[in-house]
Design a binder for this molecule. Structure first.
Ligand code: PGA
Length: 228
């Protein structure tokens, strides 16, 4: 089953959630739709027919960690998924591969399915194999990969309108599929209704992770149609 993940950034609000819940509930999608809003909006998805996920979690189950949310709390709020290691978390909040792996373990323990994001920066573009290999070293061969979804998000593509060519993406996807043969693999970075069809046509791509375009309801619905 193909997968469409919406990664709402802070531009989302309660009004938008209500509109979204209403519109997406009317869709008979063949794809699995997972909406990941900021944690403050998670309580607004009552009667949502699809799935919700968090954008981050902490690795401890409980304790004095002001501002953090444990996988257990997110699960209680109805989350089935959690994004981990998004490039914005890595760059702005200095999350290391080790910390992301700790979060991955904590999420799996609570049956919260992690969506691990990996991707190279612009200056690492010529060296993507090493970068991705490094980011994945804690998972390859060390986990039941069925539990985990991976998302390839080249950092230079996020929010820029630039997407890799079909042949570039095809090469990365076959590299990742070789390492993680049992995991679903998403592509993320400037996905829109125009390019979603071509991206889904690349062998090994199981779905898309959509940032900016997921906040525009019509555009997001069109992406779902292209992916289904
Ligand atoms: P974008 O964001 O679709 O706006 O490029 C993707 C993401 O941040 O996951």
């Amino acid at each position: 089953m193909s997968i469409v993940v919406a990664n709402w950034k802070m531009n989302g609000n309660v009004f938008l959630v209500k509109q979204f819940v209403h519109r997406l509930n009317e869709i008979e999608a063949i794809s699995k739709i997972i909406v990941c809003p900021p944690a403050a909006l998670l309580g607004n998805f009552e009667n949502f027919k699809h799935f919700i996920g968090a954008q981050n979690c902490f690795y401890e189950e409980s304790g004095a960690f002001t501002g953090e949310n444990s996988p257990k709390l997110l699960k209680e709020l109805g989350c089935g998924y959690v994004l981990l290691g998004h490039s914005e978390r890595r760059a702005i909040f200095h999350e290391s591969d080790e910390m992301i792996c700790q979060k991955w373990r904590a999420a799996v323990k609570q049956s919260l399915q992690p969506i691990i994001c990996v991707g190279e920066k612009l200056e690492e573009r010529g060296n993507w194999k090493d970068v991705l290999g490094h980011q994945l070293k804690n998972y390859v061969g060390h986990c039941d990969q069925n539990d985990t979804i991976f998302a390839y998000e080249p950092v230079w593509s996020i929010g820029t309108g630039i997407v890799p060519s079909a042949s570039e993406l095809g090469a990365v996807v076959s590299f990742l599929k070789e390492k993680l043969p049992r995991s679903a693999l998403l592509y993320g970075g400037s996905v829109n209704a125009k390019n979603a069809g071509e991206i889904m046509g690349i062998k090994g791509v199981d779905g898309v992770l959509v940032g900016g375009a997921s906040l525009q309801i019509d555009e997001f619905e069109n992406i779902i149609k292209m992916v289904s």
